[in-house]
Design a protein around this ligand. Structure first.
Ligand SMILES: Cc1cc2nc3c(=O)[nH]c(=O)nc-3n(C[C@H](O)[C@H](O)[C@H](O)COP(=O)(O)OP(=O)(O)OC[C@H]3O[C@@H](n4cnc5c(N)ncnc54)[C@H](O)[C@@H]3O)c2cc1C
Length: 397
């Protein structure tokens, strides 16, 4: 592999026709409600994602929906893809995570990959043959220009030192798409993005850290690197491009995708609450006939619809390259995660004490929902971005 930066042309995908798209949505919905639910139960009872799930998602073509055809994907435009993401998100969080991450990681790599990297890693990741873990967060530094993991270059080799944590798929992935910095640099200067093979490199320690509150089954890792040799040819882009790879064109659509995940999961919570309210009777009346419960369900309905409208606006802005796309992306995630917290809380409340028991799906939905408040940046960070734009009047930053 060479390190020449060969940015491909950005193609604008043609939307699928109404009939084809409706059929695809129907397929996804049927899978989520059928096989997806069986996998969800299996994951919750065993605590692991079975390898068959990955194979099943791959066989259905669900891992390459958003990537362009030239990378082997189906080339579905972003806003249509989000409608599919909405449906996947009604499923178990680990299923949602696999679909979201694999349909998105190519974006971080593609603009910076050499032809060789594209053939050896990007295209196989879209095909579901190679799993790439996004490896940015550190325990001792803020996420972004603060990162402390370093590389020292000697000839054609970087020597990698540092620690990453909370890394989804970090245990079982094939590559860590890892952000580090050249020794002695600070801030945005000298950052590098490396495709580090998870293949027992000397000095690389992988700690399985998968005991999470929700998103059960997906593996998460703490990674420690001590003088790990990584070929310079495994660098994406140039020295100095590290944060552009990790945060640049990738994060903007990814935040909108997470925001849509919130919409989908909230819809699932609402569906469970309506179902329970129409079944459970107290003092001779169905819960659904009580105004207090109707108010919860009405508030949820309005909350979900409002968030979804903003998510779709952000998606359109991204698709058309509108100058306010980045601000709308952060704003949509901000609104959607708060909406999800409210909706899942009320949906659980509708279930009464039953909702606290693992036998009811709302218990898992409630736990899974909490993770969304961290993924692709917390609301505190989204508010910094939106606040800065609002104060300066520059929505294009
Ligand atoms: C389920 C899950 C999966 C994840 N998967 C990955 C992954 O695959 N790869 C990866 O790299 N990371 C991953 N993460 C990490 C995630 O991106 C971070 O948790 C998130 O970005 C927040 O960073 P932090 O945990 O370091 O929190 P911290 O930075 O320690 O922040 C703690 C609190 O302080 C606030 N805060 C921090 N800095 C500021 C500031 N400047 N101004 C105001 N408030 C601030 C935060 O909003 C937060 O509320 C995952 C996290 C979760 C929960």
């Amino acid at each position: 592999m060479t390190s020449t930066h060969l940015a491909p042309e950005r193609e604008v995908a043609a939307p699928l026709g109404d009939e084809e798209f409706l059929a695809l949505k129907h397929d996804v919905d049927a899978w989520v409600r059928g096989a997806g639910e069986d996998f969800a139960e299996q994951i919750e009872s065993t605590g692991v994602v079975p390898p068959e799930l990955f194979q099943e998602l791959k066989a259905h073509g669900f891992l390459g929906l958003a990537a362009p055809k030239r990378l082997g994907g189906r080339g579905i435009p972003f806003s249509q893809y989000l409608e599919l993401m909405e449906i996947f998100s009604r499923s178990h969080a680990s299923i949602r995570m696999l679909v979201h991450v694999i349909n998105g990681t190519w974006r971080a790599m593609d603009d910076f990959a050499t032809d060789a990297q594209r053939d050896q890693i990007v295209k196989p990741s879209v095909a579901g043959d190679v799993l790439v873990a996004f490896t940015l967060t550190e325990a001792t530094a803020g996420t972004g220009a603060d990162i402390r993991t370093t590389v020292r270059r000697e000839g054609d080799t970087y020597y990698l030192n540092g620690e990453k944590h909370l890394i989804t798929f970090g245990v079982n992935c094939d590559y860590w798409l890892l952000a580090a910095r050249l020794e002695g640099t600070r801030g945005h200067e000298g950052t590098v993005a490396l495709l580090v093979p998870n293949s027992g490199l000397p000095g690389a320690e992988v700690v399985d850290d998968s005991a999470t509150m929700g998103v059960r089954g997906t593996d998460h890792a703490i990674l420690r690197f001590t003088e790990v040799p990584v070929p310079v040819a495994n660098r994406l882009g140039e020295e100095g491009d590290g944060l552009a790879v990790a945060l640049g064109g990738f994060l903007l659509p990814s935040r909108i995708s997470v925001a849509m995940s919130c919409v989908g999961l909230a819809e699932r919570a609402q569906e469970l609450a309506i179902d329970y309210a129409t079944r459970r009777e107290t003092f001779g009346k169905k819960l659904a006939d009580r105004q207090a419960i109707q108010f919860y369900l009405a508030e949820n309905y309005a909350d979900i619809a409002a968030a979804k409208a903003l998510v779709l606006q952000a998606a359109k802005a991204f698709e058309t390259g509108a100058p306010d796309a980045a601000v709308l992306s952060s704003a949509s995630k901000m609104i959607a995660v708060d909406m999800l917290s409210r909706v899942t809380d009320k949906a659980l409340q509708v279930h009464g004490g039953q909702g606290y028991w693992k036998r009811n799906a709302i218990e898992r939905v409630y736990r899974d929902a909490r993770a969304q408040r961290f993924e692709e940046g917390t609301n505190e960070i989204q508010k910094l971005i939106v606040g800065r734009a609002v104060i300066t009047g520059d929505v294009s930053n």
